[in-house]
Design a protein around this ligand. Structure first.
Ligand SMILES: [Zn+2]
Length: 131
């Protein structure tokens, strides 16, 4: 990722900010320019729920080249409490204990990669809700 793209999208990734169609009410993440349900371009920024359920997942045993992360790790589709689906890494969980339907919550973590000038980057992940 280049520095300008990271900087432009940082608030969306730090706070899970998407947008909502002012006409039909559907919400999106990441934010869109056009509503895929009704075609409206009247979309308003909105903070998304920080909790949801893991709909599907896969365990990654071989990380992409240049993505220096400990394997295995879990990537899944999280359905937030308002129905918006987000693809994210699932963290703080043993890969053998991951289950479809488990309740998860947003957490912000440092990315393994750095940008130009050693800039440290953060992004969203989800972790199991304890208790
Ligand atoms: Zn719409």
């Amino acid at each position: 990722m280049v520095t300008s793209a990271y900087w432009r999208t940082r608030l969306h990734r730090y706070r899970l900010v998407g947008n909502r169609c002012a006409v039909c009410g559907k919400a999106f993440f990441p934010p869109r320019l056009v509503c895929s349900y009704c075609g409206s371009t009247k979309l308003e920024e909105c903070k998304l729920p920080e909790r949801g359920r893991l709909v599907e997942y896969t365990v990654v045993y071989s990380a992409p080249k240049g993505y220096d992360v400990v394997v295995p790790y879990v990537v899944g589709i999280v359905e937030l409490e308002n129905g918006v689906r987000v693809v994210a890494q699932i963290t703080d969980v043993d890969v053998n204990e991951v289950k479809e339907g488990m309740e998860v919550e947003l957490t912000i973590r440092k990315l393994p990669e750095q940008l130009e000038g050693g800039m440290i980057c953060y992004t969203y992940k989800f972790r199991p809700v304890i208790g």
